[in-house]
Design a protein around this ligand. Sequence first.
Ligand code: B16
Ligand code: MG
Length: 219
Amino acid sequence: MLPISLCIFDLDGVIVDTAKYHFLAWRNLAKGFGYDLTEEQNEKLKGVSRIDSLDLILSWAGIEKSGEEKKLLAAKKNDEYLLLIKNITHRDLLPGVHEFLRQLISLGVKTGLGSASKNAKVILEQLGVSNLFDVIVDGNMTTKGKPNPEVFIMGAAMCLVPPNRTVVFEDAAKGVEAAKAGGMYAVGVGNESDLGEADLVIEGFEGFTYQSLIKKIAI
Ligand code: B16
Ligand code: MG
């Protein structure tokens, strides 16, 4: 039996770099109420749901809005985001991730997507990789955001794989925290300094294989 039978992938920052488009759309929205959003602040929005991101930006700006106003602002941001990602294609897949997914499938390891994004299915379609996932759990299916493990626990349960045979790939510290809280292995994709809680941190998927995963998380 394979020691790891399920790999769950976050979307933004792991499969594709959409963080830059989230940033542009949030920054333009914030400009509308006279606030200048920085790239450092955008880092804190990674893996955070749309409405929670808006709440954070409003609190940084020291602005209060009613529930109705917030709904309109979140919708406005999403409209701009959808325009920005309209031309995403297969070429926007982050290097090596397609090859790694295909290797997992050839070995019989299940694959899942676990994202806070409500646009995850549209993005996967545009990237042409929807069919590479056994299960897709997105922000439309969950009620608790990362670092709550709900999104990953749901994915593993749908695949009938126990958490201790599941690895989560995440670019956000909150996502790593969520995976660990769910009893799963966590691989951080990005910088050691941001993702130190992970069992393993990789820069990206180029040259990364199932064998290197097993070796490095010492199962
Ligand atoms: P949406 P992930 C997250 O995706 C993004 O990192 C975060 O910046 C975004 O606010 C969130 O999705 C919600 O996205 O507005 O498209 O529903 O990293 O969990 O794949
Ligand atoms: Mg992410």
